[in-house]
Design a protein around this ligand. Structure first.
Ligand code: K7E
Ligand code: CUA
Ligand code: CA
Length: 667
């Protein structure tokens, strides 16, 4: 960080002026004031992008940084001065990805109670795609064709979900680009997204819990997907023990990533919040904020300590193999409560590690040495030495460090250089701290904190590029802020969230905020993968679905006792059949292939009267079944603007009436 005596004086002189309106000061700051300080700097076109949202030209930047820093100190925040410097401008220029050029990273952001996933390109923060997951979505026809509709129905038939934690599959501790798994906090579901097609391809319905919060793969090879039951409920939840919260339970659920079958569950004391996996196929970790087993806020915050549960997955699998479980709703449940006989053995199935207070996020360092649990109601992060868990007599002795990072710590990400980044919800900051220093320092010491940066405002997760894997790239950090307040044009009482991009690639310069991005409610977590880690398909491979490919000239209609099965295809600018005649009351299946081989030429089949919305990417086949219960003429049209004659791309569905219509034609 460039922080000379001269600039410090300048900052101090600015203090009274920025007290009321730092941004106004930045805007009105004269060119002359800043010129002398920037004369020595190289001028380049790219540099002009910085702070352009604030209307600040590059030459104003030194002062802008100082004014912002001065404002920060005035409001009592502990943030260090976000000063200027060549590197900062270099970083800010790097985030601009020119038109037509590609980003370096994919960022997969959860969509919260929109139930979807958003895909951003980083560092541009451009939204590249949305992936519908737990609810119907019309642009991609999710929940409209037979397959996706059945998938949603078989997973409980809920109409919406609450996505929080997108986690990529890994092989050997690195993202393998195969799948993304995501929880539904609202309903007990975990979904799988196929990253070849950026499409939700399976949803598991999880019994014996209400909602799944934290989710993680069991790494390094994603042999299981694990989900946290956050809300305690009676098991089975069939009307028993309504008034007896002591008999409400939480379970940790393991799912097979290939079959998406629920394999087993572990009964725990307390509840389960967030989760992450160790790196060597042994432990996974979950936070519990309700060790009190309370049913209201007061009850859940009564104690100074809650815990992190370390799940010994191989040990749990042994217990399942040995039949040491009870089956409820067809799922074997292993007793992992503290008093369980399985925990009296040399290798307990669960270890409860006490941490302060109502902890929230837990994440494992890229080297697999530590699991860091954020205190939420304690200003600390508890650093658990994973190897020590097996060695200590008292689980609390596995706590190797506990830096005091600031108020309201929620989630921690890593840069791969031994540094951690923790969001501070109440301070509206991200704190950067040194992991080994945290281990060496006294518990509760602020010394390991290297730097803090203001974010706007109240961050939930922060996420660094490839932080969940063993090879973080250490250049970009996303702060997913819950409030944007005054950062954007007003949009009525619902404000956008604010996803901020921070450059963390230069330890000397410090963290540099380079971009605000408004987002729709509401991203919780993200996973950021270098583009080399993914290999999405340009068009569909017909071998990847079970339906027959219907080629040009292969249209066919089969009728059998009130069932009509129609096979046809779509190509610019027509369907294989110019009209389709069925009888009122027929059960009709429409099976359609988009036979385009050119990428980006999607078609759809829309029949509004029958709520049909079949979306077809190139070479994709889908089918939809409906009952033709209204007689009449119904235009079937294409919803994607696919060509100059897109509007002409249509056919007719003719539904013949059971009874002849009565009365004369009015016209
Ligand atoms: Cu902190 Cu659901 Cu990861 Cu939201 S959780 S922020
Ligand atoms: Cu096909 Cu428009
Ligand atoms: Ca608590």
């Amino acid at each position: 960080m460039v922080f000379t005596a001269e600039s410090q004086n300048a900052a101090v002189n600015l203090v009274s002026a920025v007290e009321t309106a730092a941004i106004n000061l930045i805007r009105t700051m004269s060119h002359e004031q800043s010129k002398s300080e920037t004369d020595a700097e190289t001028d380049s076109n790219e540099d002009r992008f910085f702070l352009r949202d604030l209307g600040v030209e590059r030459r104003d930047f030194m002062k802008a940084g100082m004014a912002a820093g001065a404002a920060t100190s005035l409001t009592g925040c502990t943030g260090l001065l976000g000063g200027g410097g060549d590197e900062q401008r270099a970083a800010s220029a790097d985030y601009e990805v020119p038109p037509g050029e590609h980003d370096d990273y994919y960022a997969f952001l959860s969509g919260g109670h929109s139930g979807e996933i958003r895909v951003y390109g980083l560092p541009s923060m451009r939204q590249l795609m949305r992936i519908p997951v737990f609810g119907r979505e019309s642009a991609r026809g999710h929940g409209y064709d037979d397959k996706s509709r059945e998938m949603l129905e078989e997973a409980g038939g809920y109409t919406w979900g609450d996505t929080h934690h997108p986690r990529l599959s890994q092989t050997g501790g690195e993202f393998d680009g195969r799948w993304l798994f995501i929880n539904d906090k609202a309903n007990p579901r975990i979904a799988r997204v196929n990253l070849k097609y950026f499409q939700t391809d399976a949803i598991a319905h999880v019994p014996n819990t209400q909602g799944i919060h934290g989710v993680t793969g069991w790494y390094p090879d994603t042999e299981l997907v694990l989900g946290n039951g956050e809300f305690r409920v009676p098991i089975p939840n069939d009307g028993r023990n309504l008034e007896d919260p002591d008999k409400y339970r939480s379970v940790y659920t393991a799912i097979d990533p290939e079959s998406m079958n629920v394999e087993w569950q572990v009964l725990v004391d307390g509840n389960l919040d967030n989760s992450d996996s160790g790196k060597n196929g042994r432990y996974t970790f979950s936070t519990c904020y309700n060790s009190e087993e309370g049913v209201d806020e007061q009850g859940m915050t009564a104690d100074d300590r809650d815990w992190v549960v370390a799940f010994d997955i191989p040990r749990i699998q042994d217990a399942v193999e040995n039949g040491e479980y009870e089956v409820v709703n067809d799922v074997p449940i292993v007793d992992g409560r503290q008093g369980s006989s399985l925990n009296e053995a040399d290798r307990p199935v669960t270890t409860y590690i006490p941490v302060p207070k109502n902890p929230h996020g837990v994440s494992v360092t890229p080297d697999g040495k530590y699991a860091c649990a954020s205190g939420k109601l304690s200003p600390t992060v508890s650093v658990i030495d994973i190897e020590a868990i097996d060695e200590v007599d008292d689980p609390e002795e596995a706590i190797a460090g506990r830096p005091n990072v600031g108020t309201g710590p929620l989630h921690t990400a890593y840069d791969g250089r031994g540094q951690a980044y923790t969001t501070l919800f109440i301070d509206s900051q991200v704190a950067k701290w040194d992991i080994e220093q945290a281990v060496e320092a006294e518990l509760g010491s602020e010394d390991p904190v290297i730097e803090k940066i203001d974010v706007h405002y109240s961050p939930g997760h922060c996420q660094a590029a490839q932080s969940y894997s063993t090879d973080p790239t250490g250049d970009w950090l996303l702060a997913l802020n819950k409030f944007s307040q005054d950062r954007f044009l007003p949009t009525g009482p619902y404000h956008p969230e604010n996803d901020q991009l921070i450059y963390i690639g230069d330890d000397e310069e410090g963290m540099q905020l380079v971009k605000d991005t408004p987002s729709y409610a509401e991203p919780h977590d993200a996973t950021i993968a270098h583009r080399d880690r993914l290999d999405p398909a340009d068009i569909w491979d017909p071998d990847d679905y079970e339906l027959d490919y219907i080629d040009s000239g292969e249209s066919n209609i089969e009728r059998d006792d009130g069932r009509v099965y129609i096979e046809t295809y779509a190509i610019r600018n027509q369907y294989g059949l110019s009209d389709i005649t069925v009888q009122e009351g027929d059960e009709v299946t429409l099976h359609v292939t988009n036979i385009e081989t050119a990428k980006d030429i999607s078609h759809s089949v829309v029949i509004p009267e029958y709520d049909i919305n079949l979306s077809l990417a190139p070479q994709e086949t889908r089918k939809v079944t409906f009952t033709a219960d209204n007689p009449g003429v119904f235009w079937m049209y294409c919803g994607y603007f696919c060509s100059a004659l897109h509007l002409e791309m249509r056919s007719r569905l003719l539904v013949e009436p059971e009874d002849e219509p009565e009365g004369p034609d009015p016209f």
